[in-house]
Write a new protein. Structure first.
Length: 250
């Protein structure tokens, strides 16, 4: 089976940071968890896939077609949720979703929007987005990512700042979309969520892919936390933990 998304030898440098020859694939009906410490390259990789920033080398192929510089036609088939913020905070929540529907040429239906806002408990959809809480913005960004029924969802820290009932709702929506044929790449620092949702896990560190595995095997070997610790946590970290405990007990 051909991958829906193929990243090959991707490179990007920012000062001292280097995304170095990153390669991975995402297949249809697959949910992939993107793990790594802060600054490991997850958000940079996502922005490169979305063509928001320009790569220094490598290839990104979506649905069999190479994504070229200044090519944004592929975005019609991708739902993207950035890590934070929205570009149009002067709009209301409803105006923003209607704008997204217009961009993707999806027919507007106010009754369906009423239902979406009700389900996500966005009672203040007529308030300017700039006055939204972080959690409300996350709900709005999630809706905007799924609203046009994309082939691929790319979600950067989608569960940040959302209350438990919304996180539960989002997880169930993602699982249902996957069963319906949508592919999903999501980043998260919450290892339990990655373990529960993912079919496969990709682990980055210092701009490199340092591990990758099927979730069933990862679970047999102790789970995502052990998978992460084996690769990322060093003996120096263990020493630091002891030092911290000693400091606070003095």
């Amino acid at each position: 089976m051909n991958p829906l998304l193929s990243v090959k030898n991707l490179k990007k440098s920012y000062g001292k940071f280097l995304l170095n020859n990153l390669s991975f694939e995402i297949y249809e009906k697959e949910m992939v968890g993107f793990l790594g410490p802060n600054g490991s390259g997850k958000t940079t990789t996502i922005k490169l896939i979305m063509n928001s920033i320009q790569k220094d080398g490598g290839e990104i192929i979506f649905d069999g077609k190479k994504i070229e510089k200044d090519d944004f036609t592929f975005r019609s088939y991708i739902g993207y949720m950035p890590e934070s913020g929205t570009p149009y905070e002067f709009l209301t929540g409803r105006e923003y979703i209607n704008f997204i529907l217009g961009v993707f040429k999806v027919k507007k239906d106010e009754k369906k929007l009423d239902e979406l806002f009700r389900i996500f408990n966005l009672k203040e959809e007529k308030k300017k987005i700039g006055k939204y809480s972080k959690g409300m913005k996350q709900k709005l960004l999630f809706i905007s990512a799924i609203i046009h029924n994309p082939k691929l969802l790319i979600l950067d820290e989608p569960f940040n700042a959302v209350e438990p009932q919304t996180a539960f709702l989002m997880k169930n929506i993602l699982n249902t979309l996957k069963k319906d044929g949508v592919s999903i790449l999501f980043s998260s620092h919450t290892l339990e969520i990655v373990e529960k949702l993912s079919d496969r896990v990709i682990l980055l560190n210092d701009g490199k892919k340092v591990a990758e595995g099927e979730i069933d095997k990862i679970k047999r070997d102790g789970g995502v936390e052990e998978f992460f610790k084996r690769v990322i946590i060093s003996s120096e970290d263990d020493d630091n933990i002891k030092k911290i405990v000693e400091i606070i007990k003095e």
